[in-house]
Ligand binder design. Structure first.
Ligand code: 5GP
Length: 196
């Protein structure tokens, strides 16, 4: 997605060998015009799929998923990372290791909001080693719901999450795929599909 790639090149900062900071438009301040374009791009990549719900994970996934949901016209459910006393007792849980914080946490979704009749599209901001996605997929499996596919804003294809999950037959659509962040330089994979 050209608009997204331009924005990354103009505004990102590379941290260490493998972290991309995009706080000015994705992870702190949010560029809603760009989010709309991202939502439309996900819609076109999952056109005609019978999606009944979007599942994401707090915090950064929520804004992206909500804007995308306006194109799919379905509800958004987000997995909670934080302990909360008012979360339902009946929950699906899974363990996730945070890539950026390097610590383990439990994600939870109330059993009220996922069921075996749901066809789920997962949406998230980044795909690195695939831990967050694996946790969400585990929760979908526990709910006996059907995973239709995954929409990712930025995939770092030099990390192995995307490859492993695609090998399991999961449709993962990433709008920008980064081949390398070496020497502080962002290099994208060649794109098969063009959006503006
Ligand atoms: P994974 O679970 O695939 O290893 O990592 C994905 C999660 O870690 C995403 O939900 C995102 O929050 C965070 N993440 C991974 N890599 C990056 C990165 O390069 N930049 C930012 N901002 N977040 C990242």
């Amino acid at each position: 997605m050209e608009l997204l790639k331009r924005k990354i090149l103009q505004e990102c900062r590379v941290e260490g060998q493998d972290i991309l900071k995009v706080d000015s438009f994705l992870n702190h301040q949010m560029d809603i015009e760009l989010f709309n374009a991202i939502g439309r791009a996900f819609k076109s990549r999952f056109e005609n799929k019978p999606i009944s719900k979007i599942l994401t994970i707090e915090a950064s996934g929520i804004g992206i998923a909500c804007i995308a949901a306006q194109y799919f016209k379905v509800p958004v459910v987000f997995a909670k990372k934080t302990e909360s006393r008012n979360l339902d007792k009946e929950v699906y849980e899974s363990k996730v290791i945070s890539f950026t914080k390097n610590k383990e946490y439990i994600i939870k979704v109330s059993k009220k909001y996922l069921s075996s009749s749901d066809n789920i599209l997962i949406i998230d901001d980044f795909l690195a080693k695939g831990q967050a996605l694996s946790g969400l997929i585990d929760i979908i499996t526990q709910a006996n719901a059907n995973l239709i596919g995954v929409g990712i804003v930025i995939e770092k294809s030099f990390q192995k999450g995307g490859k492993d999950l695609r090998n399991q037959g999961i449709q993962i659509e990433s709008l920008a795929m980064i081949k390398s962040l070496e020497n502080n330089k962002v290099t994208f994979e060649e794109e098969g599909r063009k959006e503006k």
